[in-house]
Design a protein around this ligand. Sequence first.
Ligand code: PGA
Length: 268
Amino acid sequence: MAKPKDFGARPNPKNGRYRLISANWKMNLNHLEAISTAQKLFYLLREQDYHYTEISIHPPFTDLRSLQLLFESDRMPLSLGAQNCSDQPSGAYTGEISAAMLARLSVKFVIVGHSERREYFGESDQLVAAKVKAVLASQMIPLICVGETKEERDGASTDRVVSTSVDAVVRDRTSEEVSSFVFAYEPRWAIGTGRAATPEDAQHAAGVIRQAIAKRHGETTANAVRVQYGGSVNAANAASFMSCAELDGLLVGGASLDPDAFSRIIAA
Ligand code: PGA
């Protein structure tokens, strides 16, 4: 598992994994708004917050350079993340951004396979696996989203859908590569709806993710991987997810746009 480089984050003594709370800003905040939001967040964070957990910010591509410079010049204890990248290294792919370009901006984590990418941009498990490979080739960490739709949940297919998506990204990778992965269990019906899954659902899904990894790579690798919960996380429910033994963090959308709300989630 990749150790957070600075900021003094300590691993969870119960399992040796580093906690990770991530802000997915989606298509919100221009680069000026990004700077002021990150500054506000920084002033609200206390030292014990980033000793307890690593914090990553995933802004739109156009904000990355500004935040890179801000985090470095003001030594902010925040890691930079992206929301997506191309599976191709370079070339005639109009509108795409390569993994190498992100790595050059000190991006550490890249979200891959977010359900909005799967739903609105037709990303398949195969494409997600190719993107994971590209992220690894540029020495970054993939943050891979998996989760079921409402229909799949009603049809009791959650475990199958989650296992299939996990297997697609781990089967052609080495155990060493896989142990660096972060997964986010994000049930699609819980994203942006204000209707979060229960901690029990999230705990169960995290177990399903680890089982799918263990099948290909064994228990040690499965236990090294970090699993987040995402979907309508807020300051009121964050602690209930963080107290689940199988969960190592949170992927926060809407509530991460407000530094006050996001800092309360981290403090919780
Ligand atoms: P939400 O989004 O917190 O707004 O539900 C989570 C996500 O899509 O990562």
